[in-house]
Design a protein around this ligand. Sequence first.
Ligand code: TLP
Length: 348
Amino acid sequence: MNVIDLRSDTVTKPTDEMRRAMAEAEVGDDVYGEDPSINRLQERAAEILGKEAGLFMASGTMSNLVAALTYCHRGDEIVMGDQAHMFWNESAGASALAGAQIRLIPNGEQGRIDPADLEGAIRPGGNLHFPPTTLVCLENTHNRCSGGVLTPEDTAAIARVAHAAGAKVHLDGARIFNAAVSLEVPADELVKDVDDVSFCLSKALSCPVGSVLCGTREFIDEARKWRKMVGGGMRQAGVLAAAGLVGLDTMIERLADDHANARRLAEGLANIDGLEVDPESIQTNIVIFDVDPTVGSAAEVIAALDREGVKVSSPGPHSIRMVTHRHISGEDADEALVRTSKVVREMK
Ligand code: TLP
């Protein structure tokens, strides 16, 4: 039985072209700024996203953390959505290491934040009891909101409120190219109103390791110091950047296939009695669906799916996540549906 691994797009393996590029990569000591492959990747990433400079990072988590360290002082406040990856999945790094308090406001459909909620959450200056709101964080696409996409207008509305209050806007754009492909809008258009953006190479772009943080040159120069402090000065990391360059050149357009397969999965899941999902809401490669308690808990369904060779993950006790990626074909999606249908039927 072939295993269909829908846990995450992080499971993608490098392509042959990436492996060749890695083997032949020109390298140097990146802490001295002398790794030509890293420098090329950083310049290319910044150019694609319309920012002045880029900085290669070991992971998306490190990139988000370094943004918080760069903008915030101890005792500052960061406002973000209550479903943010930075809040749920990053071991409280922004609080523990940047010393910032996190203030949550609701994430609505597609991971949107209501500008009025943000306005209400930002602290007025000049009151010594209040932590100053230094930073607002957005996420596009939105992981826990089923790969939801923010439009340039959604982002601009939030940036307007944040900037009027003197706060910066960091975008966790781990899957920003999924958003760009889904909306058919260039990625730089999606990030033009944020102060900086982090995107991941190691997810849908199929690279083995890495993220890139992009922003103004001044921000990136400052971020480089914080990256060094958290152990992210990786010396001859050009072997990783070489795969990143191939990822940017060859892996973006194909994301439309992942989105079509995710929609196909969602449509099939919606037809299975005991599972609930609105296929229309699926815009990119993440499908989160609810499991009716009469079927069992998400953990029980996941264990049963695992026995049938379908690997999935769970964002909550009654919800399951399936993520499509380069190694999942339309046939795999159909086969995953057949096996899921069997599992749910047998559990009911
Ligand atoms: N997300 C992972 C898990 O942590 C849930 C996944 O499988 O989706 N921002 C967003 C929006 C992410 O989805 C992730 C990873 C990160 C940041 C962190 O990236 P890494 O794993 O490179 O630290």
